[in-house]
Design a protein around this ligand. Structure first.
Ligand SMILES: [Zn+2]
Length: 269
């Protein structure tokens, strides 16, 4: 079965399963599953000894988590943005699609069945592979966290990663997430299951797509750098009941903000 899945994904021109999962860690079995394979990446969590402060010590492959200089997330300080006249606004080409859903132990992840949805970042096409959620938000705006954050993870043909981040704040019920929310597995699942119905990706975004852009990393081990981050200025809303429903499963699955260092955060016109 897994061989068939891999063949199917290769046929879609997408990356391997591991790469698809990159922003949320691997799809490896949980710690209870004894695995003889030394190639298995170390188990990590959002708290205690395997939490974010220790990720860099858990596995050689996670060294970027502590030694990296361009890590994500960051605090987006609006008084310190760099105005860009050359970068173009992100072009989002999202439509209706079918998907699979999984609780991978770190988040709820929705993986698309097709590769028709994409963004354009300054002439480069990045195809949407999956989206997932953090509670509370990972990026901060002027020192403030939002209730949640949605990450749309994309890959370019040459293997580069671009993530579109959307903050979520408490407000009206958001029907765009209806079938995702009604299908969220409460416990970690080994396999993704089919999401009933279709999802309308465009309706998951705010009307105004004004964004900032910066160069960062995956926010989960192995914290790989070279990720192009686009964070939308405008949040979307979910009801407190929707936020609570996610929080019951993941009370805290955010990585704290990382030093900006030498980087500039670009304000796109
Ligand atoms: Zn994420």
């Amino acid at each position: 079965m897994s061989v068939l899945v891999l063949v199917f994904m290769a046929g879609c021109g997408q990356q391997s399963g591991q790469t698809l999962e990159a922003d949320t860690g691997s799809n490896s079995p949980g710690p209870q599953t004894a695995s003889a394979s030394q190639a298995s990446p170390a188990h990590w969590t959002y708290e205690d000894d395997a939490g974010p402060e220790h990720w860099g010590e858990l596995d050689e492959d996670y060294l970027a988590c502590k030694n990296g200089t361009e890590q994500s997330p960051i605090d987006i300080n609006h008084s310190q943005l760099t105005a860009s006249n050359s970068l173009k606004p992100v072009e989002v080409h999202y439509g209706k699609t079918e998907a699979n859903i999984q609780n991978n132990g770190h988040t709820i992840q929705v993986t698309l069945k097709d590769n028709k949805n994409y963004i354009m970042l300054d002439g480069t096409k990045f195809t949407l592979a999956q989206f997932h959620f953090h509670h509370p938000s990972e990026h901060q705006i002027d020192g403030q966290k939002a209730d949640m954050e949605l990450h749309f993870v994309h890959k370019s043909e040459d293997g580069k990663t671009a993530v579109l981040g959307v903050l979520i704040k408490n407000g009206s019920e958001n029907k765009a997430f209806g079938n995702v929310w009604s299908s969220m597995p409460a416990k970690e699942t080994e396999e993704a299951v089919e999401l009933e119905g279709t999802i309308d990706l465009a309706s998951m975004l705010p009307a105004n797509l004004h964004s900032i852009r910066y160069s960062g990393s995956l926010t989960t081990p192995p914290c790989t750098e070279g990720v192009s981050w686009t964070v939308l200025d405008n949040p979307i809303e979910m009801s407190q009941a929707q936020i609570d429903q996610f929080a019951v499963i993941f009370s805290d699955n955010h990585r704290p903000v990382q030093p900006l260092g030498e980087r500039k955060v670009m304000n796109i016109k």
